[in-house]
Design a protein around this ligand. Structure first.
Ligand SMILES: C[S@@+](CC[C@H](N)C(=O)[O-])C[C@H]1O[C@@H](n2cnc3c(N)ncnc32)[C@H](O)[C@@H]1O
Length: 229
């Protein structure tokens, strides 16, 4: 095992242990709100804001498990919204809106976001309060799907993941990509569910190692890139 594999595996096992501990104390989910700065380092190799915006300018982008990011001025959602880019946030928590801004702001700060809280966020029509296996967008209309700290970390049931990857295969155009962070080496993620395996078989899979410089909010790990065949 190389050093990158070792670090990524440690990160993944630590985060999984945190999820198990959170569930044990009755916390089913923690909706964090990482900033565009962190998303740039997680998903775009730390390129500048302008470079990232130019990359996604003509794309349809969907952020799966976006948490309350659309409520913060420094999110990728709001940065794209200000530029007129078709960026969608998908998270069931958006259906109810933010019940406790104080709590969510504290959680956002812990995850490295210090943006302004927006009581009435622009782009509400692109804040989709749904689960990732039933997204109300047309078939083959999406170019890029991002998922930070959600799939395989908090969402770990293989039957649920099977439904989600089947939905991704429907939404993405050929050549479109799903980027998921954080992951251990792919070979260490076992998949026993035949439906999930069948859905994964529609993608080419590659990984890239990510170091963000913020080991608390975004520790070193792999980003897995699924490209639709
Ligand atoms: C830890 S937060 C990550 C928020 C944000 N992406 C970030 O990096 O800060 C995980 C989010 O995944 C969402 N989630 C859980 N299951 C989901 C599902 N089936 N479909 C879409 N989102 C889901 C939760 O509601 C939660 O807000």
């Amino acid at each position: 095992m190389g050093w990158k594999d070792g670090i990524a595996r440690t990160t993944y096992l630590t985060l999984r242990a945190e999820v198990v501990a959170a569930r044990w104390i009755g916390m089913s989910m923690l909706s964090t709100s990482r900033s565009f700065g962190l998303y740039r380092r997680i998903f775009f190799e730390g390129r500048t804001a302008q470079e990232v915006l130019n990359t996604v300018r003509n794309e349809v982008v969907v952020d799966i498990g976006c948490g309350f990011t659309p409520y913060f001025s420094d999110s990728m959602f709001q940065t794209c919204e200000a530029e007129g880019i078709a960026f969608y946030g998908v998270d069931p928590v958006l259906a109810e809106g933010m019940r406790s801004p104080w709590y969510s702001r504290t959680v956002a700060h812990l995850a490295g976001s210090f943006g302004r809280y927006l009581q009435h966020p622009p782009g509400q029509e692109r804040m989709l309060g749904v689960y990732a296996d039933a997204i109300p967008l047309e078939t083959a209309c999406v170019d890029r799907i991002l998922a930070s700290m959600s799939l395989f970390i908090w969402v770990d049931d293989e039957e649920v993941l099977a439904g989600i990857f089947t939905e991704f295969a429907r939404l993405l155009r050929v050549g479109g990509q799903v980027h998921i962070y954080p992951h251990p080496p792919w070979k260490h993620l076992s998949c026993k569910n035949p439906r999930l395996q069948q859905a994964l078989d529609t993608f080419d899979i590659a990984q890239t190692f990510v170091i963000t410089g913020n080991p608390v909010a975004a520790p070193p790990a792999y980003r897995t890139i699924f490209t639709k065949r």
